[in-house]
Each structure stands twice: as C-alpha cells, then as structure tokens.
Design a protein around this ligand. Structure first.
Ligand SMILES: [Zn+2]
Length: 216
C-alpha cells in the first residue's frame, strides 16, 4: 500500500487514487498503467479511449495550484501513461515489451539474417549493388525491379505481423508451451526488424538513383 499525495488515504499502487482520482505518481508496468490485464490482444480504439480519458484526468494543468508532491505525481503519471500508450498501441513494440516482462530479450544477434530470409536478403543486396552502380541507361529498369522487390518486403512484414497477432492470441488463451511461444515471438520480431532495415536500405538506394537520373 502507498499513500495518495493528494488525499493522504492509502491506495494500492496504480495510476490514480481510487478515493480522489488524483495521480499517484508511482512506477507501474505498462499494462497496469493503462489499467489493463496482462493480455497481448488489444483493441486499439479502446486503448486510445483509455489514454485520452485518463490523460485528461491527470493532466498537469489540472494540478497547477496543487502541492509540489501532487504536481510531481501528475508529471510522472502523465509520462508513464504516454509511454504505456505509445508502446502498447504498436504490436511490434508491445511484443518486445512482453519479452522484457518475461525476462526474455531479443538476442543481440538481432542483426543476423533470420535463416528463412537468407536467400531473399542475398538477392536484395545484389540488386542494391547493381542499382548503386547503375548508369542512366539501365537505372530505370533496375529501379522498377527494386520497387517490385520493395513490395515483396512489405508483404513479408504484413504476413509476419499476422503471425505476431496469432502468437498474441495463443499467449492470451494460455495454450501452448511458454518456450515455444517465446521462440515464435522472438522469430517474428526479428524478421520484422530485419526486413524493415532492409526496406530502409532499398528506399535510400531508390532515392539516390532517382536523384542521379534527375541531375544527369
Ligand atoms: Zn487520493
């Protein structure tokens, strides 16, 4: 139990005091900060509603004339609420945070190519090399091929995000071995991280190829 800095009554650690509604300013896990159970499948509209409603109730402007302890609590709780909302509304960030809660981490070898992507990555790297070395004449067709490849990468991210959603549902239902779920989650998150990086490389190469065509 803790003491509410506003009404001084005892409360469980939570975002706001159940007695007077003032922010308590305590550190909480991000699900608890939004008053949510530890479930991975989230309704994004509900999440947004909670964020805005709670945000209004604990906003520092409302406590401008309160004691320093209450003002401090308002700032802390508002920052926590924002961090919770931003992390949990994004499935990838939510998955990463979940691993943290499970005391698991994406390996530092996150930069290593996921095995099932190795061939694709190799092809994309080759294409990138050709595009970077291209002269005006064939830059256009190479660029078109690269754009097709980019769409393919985007499709992989979409499919993997669907996998991620299915993994979330399995965690919530309590079905499946914990270690299997952890491995599945890690694999989906590394694939997304890796393909996103690759997509940025492709975009950069496409941008500079387009710039070259314009200037020459
Ligand atoms: Zn209170």
């Amino acid at each position: 139990m803790m003491q509410c800095p506003s009404c001084a009554r005892p409360s469980e650690p939570r975002l706001t005091c159940p007695q007077c509604g003032a922010p308590l300013g305590v550190e909480l896990d991000l699900f608890a900060a939004l008053g949510l159970p530890h479930k991975l499948v989230l309704d994004s509209r509900e999440l947004e509603r909670i964020y805005h409603e709670t945000g209004r109730r604990i906003h520092p402007d409302r406590f401008a004339s309160a004691t320093p302890a209450v003002r401090q609590a308002s700032l802390k709780s508002t920052a926590l609420l924002t961090r919770a909302y931003r992390t949990l509304r994004d499935p990838v960030a939510r998955g990463r945070y979940w691993l943290e809660l499970m005391d698991e981490k994406l390996a530092e070898n996150n930069q290593r190519v996921p095995a099932d992507l190795a061939e694709l990555v190799f092809e994309v790297q080759e294409q990138l090399g050709e595009l970077r070395g291209a002269r005006n004449g064939n830059a256009n067709s190479l660029g078109a091929a690269m754009k097709a490849r980019r769409a393919e990468l985007e499709e992989i991210v979409n499919t993997t995000q669907e996998e991620l959603e299915r993994n979330f549902a399995r965690w919530d239902s309590g079905a499946g071995e914990r270690q299997d779920l952890v491995n599945e989650l890690k694999s989906a998150l590394s694939t997304i991280a890796y393909v996103r990086t690759l997509t940025r490389d492709v975009d950069r190469a496409l941008d500079s190829a387009t710039a070259d065509i314009k200037t020459n």
